[in-house]
Design a protein around this ligand. Structure first.
Ligand code: ADP
Ligand code: MG
Length: 431
């Protein structure tokens, strides 16, 4: 074979390999991301009026919305059945009715939640305390709903000796709880929702779902990414009495977020706000200007309990606790009980949408773009080098037999001024 033909063959081979490499890379990038599963949401109510939502972005083909809906409601019903103070036969209600100071057997799940609650009480110096039940009832935030009247000092003093997490013991093996004083009762309202979220997330993990969001009454857990790519975006409620509005958006993945506030459940008497968060020290609703606490944690049970604890601790101690635990938080203070002026405090690494933009995972378009840019640059370089040869070195542009070089006018002259003359092989081929 002539050296020139060898060169042409080589050039064709290289172009083919280049095209093949670009196509294979693009196909590989696309197939990594593309998923045949169709995203879907399921909604429902649990624990009475509490709304829940599960958004599934990617799931195995075997998982259907109907099957998932059944699984999720079974998990939530089970938590409610064990831990609600509104269910007369729940572990919690049975324990509260009993005045026995012996260990009482409970479901392993109830024991696990009580054990974590006691750990968080210790972490928060007693600000979080599930024995606040009698105070919750006295202040009319529990199931024994009555016409609210501000309790007297004697009434709050009378229940003080029944409130304190130190009056509780828990055993995991066999699962059981006990109280040191017969009148002690427990209220898991500030931790059970978060636990329920974690349980639903565990069920979705077990089913092989890779990317999803679980939300129960504002407490959230996120796994993986949104369907369109990037971390999940969660609106943080603004402490606003007239309507629910979102003030900030946080971006999280494989983390939980919970918010507690004084704006959804409170009594208003003589211009004073009595919130449903009880300070276990005073057995009274908390009395400071922290309007809401939003906490991000690895699991939702912890985030839920910490958010309530911070509502008890107030802004300064709450921020300090988050610093010590390395948990991100967004705290909102209001100037007075019903003041409109709100001030926000965020931990330095709180993933607000603006701050989090650079940490987003790239979308499919963002991933393919470099391939196209790379290919365009290579083709551009080839065209420029051909132009340089043609313009400055007056080298004719060589081409295949069917290219510009082979175009002739009616007189048989080539029409391209800067093209090479058709090779003898081409002329012979055309005959
Ligand atoms: P939400 O239910 O709006 O998410 P929380 O998670 O803060 O709010 O839970 C508030 C409930 O927790 C109250 O209604 C009460 O039953 C209970 N509770 C109140 N104060 C405390 C406290 N200091 N520690 C533990 N639980 C509390
Ligand atoms: Mg909570």
């Amino acid at each position: 074979m002539k050296p020139r033909n060898l060169f042409l063959q080589l050039r064709r081979g290289l172009s083919f390999l280049l095209l093949l490499a670009v196509s294979l890379y693009s196909a590989a990038t696309l197939s990594q991301e593309s998923d045949v599963s169709v995203p879907f949401d399921i909604f429902g109510k649990t624990m009475g009026p509490i709304a829940y939502k599960v958004s599934v972005a990617h799931h195995p083909d075997s998982v259907s919305p109907t099957e998932l809906q059944e699984r999720v409601s079974a998990v939530l019903d089970n938590v409610n059945q064990l831990m609600s103070t509104y269910q007369p036969d729940s572990d919690v209600s049975r324990f509260n009715r009993s005045s026995s100071t012996e260990f009482q057997p409970v479901d392993p799940q109830t024991a696990a939640v009580v054990a974590r609650a006691i750990e968080i009480s210790k972490l928060t110096d007693g600000a979080f305390d599930i024995t606040v039940g009698p105070a919750v009832d006295l202040w009319d935030f529990g199931p024994k709903n009555a016409n609210f009247e501000v309790p007297t000092l004697q009434q709050t003093d009378a229940i003080k000796n029944t409130i304190g997490y130190r009056y509780l013991d828990v055993k995991l093996e066999p699962p059981a709880i006990r109280k040191h004083v017969g009148a002690v009762s427990i209220d898991l309202s500030a931790i059970a929702k978060g636990y329920a979220v974690d349980q639903v997330a565990a069920a979705l993990d077990e089913l092989g779902c890779k990317n999803f969001l679980v939300e129960v009454g504002g407490e959230v857990f996120t796994r993986g990414q949104r369907f369109s790519g990037g971390k999940w975006r969660i609106g943080v409620e603004r402490p606003n009495d007239s309507a629910v509005s979102l003030s900030n958006i946080a971006e999280i993945s494989n983390q939980a977020m919970a918010t507690s506030g004084d704006y959804r459940n409170f009594h208003e008497i003589d211009g004073r706000r009595y919130s449903h968060t009880i300070d276990p020290q005073t057995c009274r609703p908390v009395n400071h200007t922290l309007a809401s606490a939003c906490v991000i944690s690895e699991d939702c049970m912890t985030a839920d309990a910490l958010a309530t604890a911070i509502m008890v601790m107030g802004r300064a101690r709450g921020q300090q606790l988050c610093n010590e635990l390395g948990a991100d938080c967004l705290l909102v203070e209001r100037e007075s009980d019903f003041g409109e002026q709100l001030t926000e405090y965020t931990s330095s690494t709180f993933p607000l949408l603006e701050k989090a933009k650079s940490s987003q995972s790239p979308t499919i378009v963002q991933q393919i773009l470099p391939v196209f840019i790379g290919a365009a640059v290579i083709f551009g370089l080839v065209i420029v080098s051909m132009s340089v040869g043609a313009i400055f070195a007056k080298k004719p542009i060589t081409g295949s037999c069917g290219g510009l070089a082979n175009q002739t006018n009616e007189d048989g002259e080539t029409t391209c001024g800067i093209c090479s003359k058709p090779t003898t092989d081409c002329i012979e081929k055309d005959r």
